[in-house]
Ligand binder design. Structure first.
Ligand code: ATP
Ligand code: MG
Length: 260
């Protein structure tokens, strides 16, 4: 129970994304910015931002909170195209899929989605695929195996569109979420969009309407700071906290990719 407190909110369905940016810097207060991670709400998540903005750092702690929030029945898979140092501690886990194996994890999660949709699998326990450097992964595939890349993108689109009620979820991190890797408007199916680090106009305009971009004002986001868009309309500014107990976080994530 003690470890649960470190990374989650008190309500069982609420998932902490970060702390309110203005309160943090304005008066040193930690006001949580949360999303509903139950199947009532779309928690398909996109984390975007330039290199070094803190995507993997955020992904790591978001992943830990998802593991805790989902309870012992939840199952997580991790695709790490770049084999980032941040995730080196996961390399021996059975549900960790590096570089040329990332698509295996997608296939497994996609099959679960289909079995649930067809009624063959009646379970609705949370299934989450975390995929770091998704865009780079798709671009690499497009360069070598175009047909396979298209099939992969189609499966990603289907999970984004149908996953919520079936409790199958994607957490995707990438630098620039170009439409090339999200065909047929599938980018619109993310309930939680996080753009971390410097405000890059071209990235904002891919993901947010003009009137919301204007609300960002003159905020200068650094590493681990940025914008959250919840369900297409709720705009929040966040500060991603420093992980206080890294060993505990790692133990939670290792367990989530190993047990069962
Ligand atoms: N919220 C944060 N608080 C403190 N340090 C952070 C935070 N976020 C990131 N960092 C640090 O900033 C550096 C870059 O972070 P990270 O590797 O997560 O960036 P990235 O966006 O994933 O970069 P890349 O695109 O190159 O993979 C790391 O050294 C990390 O420890
Ligand atoms: Mg990274």
């Amino acid at each position: 129970m003690q470890r649960k407190k470190c990374y989650t909110m008190t309500s069982s369905d609420e998932l902490l994304i970060g702390y309110d940016y203005d309160a943090w810097y304005g008066y040193g207060d930690r006001i949580p910015v949360v999303t509903d991670a139950s199947t009532r709400t779309n928690s398909q998540t996109l984390i975007a931002g330039m290199s070094g903005s803190g995507k993997s750092y955020l992904t790591n702690q978001y992943f830990a909170r998802i593991c805790l929030q989902g309870g012992d029945d939840s199952v997580c898979y991790f695709s790490d195209f770049k084999q980032d140092d941040t995730f080196a501690y996961l390399r021996d886990c059975p549900r960790y899929y590096p570089y040329d194996r990332t698509i295996e994890a997608l296939e497994i999660v996609y099959n679960i989605l289909h079995k649930r949709q067809s009624g063959e699998d009646k379970l609705r326990t949370p299934v989450t695929l975390i995929w770091d450097e998704y865009m780079a992964n798709i671009l690499a595939l497009l360069g070598t195996e175009k047909k396979k890349a298209e099939a992969v993108m189609h499966k990603v689109s289907e999970i984004l569109m149908l996953g919520r009620s079936l409790a199958v979820r994607l957490i995707i991190a990438c630098q620039r979420p170009d439409a090339t890797a999200f065909p047929t408007g599938s980018r619109l199916n993310f309930g939680v969009i996080i753009v971390i680090g410097a405000a890059i106009e071209s990235v904002y305009s891919m993901l947010m309407p003009k009137e919301l971009i204007e609300k960002v004002g003159n905020r200068q986001f650094g590493t681990g700071e940025g914008v959250v868009l919840l369900q297409g309309s709720g705009l929040r500014f966040i500060k991603v906290p420093v992980i206080r107990n890294e060993d505990k976080l790692k133990a939670i994530c290792i367990d989530a990719l190993t047990r069962g």
